[in-house]
Design a protein around this ligand. Structure first.
Ligand SMILES: [Zn+2]
Length: 314
């Protein structure tokens, strides 16, 4: 290299170093730069209160499983030869949309035999009273969360609104109970943590007739406090031990505390739309399930440590 090139090189290096020094944000600001909002995330993020945006068209995920919820919270229809099962119900102002979506999914409301409530938060059970009345379906939840649903029906809502309509206590499900309709059996679990009585269920979904083991984790995030943290960790440990889970039937398209790897419901739905014959089903994803189980377990341990520290500081 001749002298001139060396000099120019050094000059350019100095200029570049100066530019970097003056234009780079401080390291802390870089670390805080927000990630671009993904589609599933947008339903709880920037579009949280955009009612028109939340009213997504229903879509078929498996031969027997349809998504009929708004974007923010899942509502699933599980079809059997003996009627349908509705899993969670969303809340107002989305209940009419859920009913429309059920019809668009090819189910007559009167064919819904059961409504299962994963847990006692309004976004999951808020439509249950109206849909139960409309369909005549039986409503099932765990004992602990029936109590919380009933309590919610007896106190004013947000901003002193009248109490929400709540379903009448009907089926009190227990760990180990099963529900059999023609061609489908659901097995129930009590997985407290997110609420004292979060309901999980295991069942089969079919992709062009091929069965896959699906799992609905009814409360996939902790609640505040040491007791909730302990319950959540022990539930997560139990869920992680379940063998052969291939499909995670998510209660939200996004999962906040422990984001689901490789896409939430809507990222997978888009892949499903363009799936070609012979390609794998984007919701059949054991690897993501196992990866998520590890993440959620580590998160549950850390959450419990934090809750214990907070309690000790009080
Ligand atoms: Zn919840």
């Amino acid at each position: 290299m001749d002298f001139h090139r060396q000099r120019v090189g050094r000059l350019l290096f100095c200029l570049a170093a100066q530019l970097i020094a003056t234009t780079l944000p401080p390291a802390s600001a870089t670390a805080q730069a927000p990630k671009p909002e993904e589609l599933s995330e947008s339903y709880r993020g920037s579009q949280r209160n955009n009612v028109a945006y939340q009213k997504v068209a229903p879509f078929k995920v498996f031969d027997n499983l349809y998504y009929v919820g708004p974007g923010f919270v899942s509502t699933w229809i599980l079809k059997t030869r003996d009627g349908a099962i509705l899993i969670d119900t969303a809340q107002e102002p989305y209940v009419d949309h859920v009913v429309d979506s059920i019809k668009k999914a090819g189910v007559t409301p009167a064919d819904i035999k059961y409504i299962l409530l994963t847990h006692s938060h309004l976004d999951h059970f808020g439509g249950a009273a109206r849909i139960a009345e409309l369909t005549g379906a039986r409503v099932g939840a765990l004992e602990e969360d029936w109590r919380l649903i009933e309590a919610a029906g007896n106190r004013p809502g947000r901003d002193n609104a009248p109490p929400p309509g709540v379903p009448r206590r009907d089926m009190v499900l227990k760990e180990g109970d099963t529900l059999t309709l023609v061609g489908e059996t659901l097995k129930f679990y009590r997985h407290p943590g997110h609420t004292p009585g979060s309901l999980s269920a295991e069942f089969n979904v079919y992709d062009n007739g091929v069965a896959h083991k699906a799992f609905l984790f009814g409360g996939p995030g902790p609640r505040d406090g040491v007791a909730g943290g302990e319950q959540f960790l022990s539930s997560v440990n139990r869920v992680a031990e379940l063998p052969g889970v291939e499909v995670h039937v998510m209660v939200h398209s996004w999962l906040a505390s422990y984001p689901y790897p490789n896409g939430g419901i809507f990222e997978r739905a888009i892949k499903l739309q363009s799936r070609k014959p012979g390609e794998p089903h984007p919701f059949v994803d054991t690897a993501s399930w196992r990866q998520w189980m590890n993440t959620i377990r580590e998160g549950a341990v850390k959450n419990l440590d934090d809750e214990r520290r907070k309690a000790a500081a009080r």
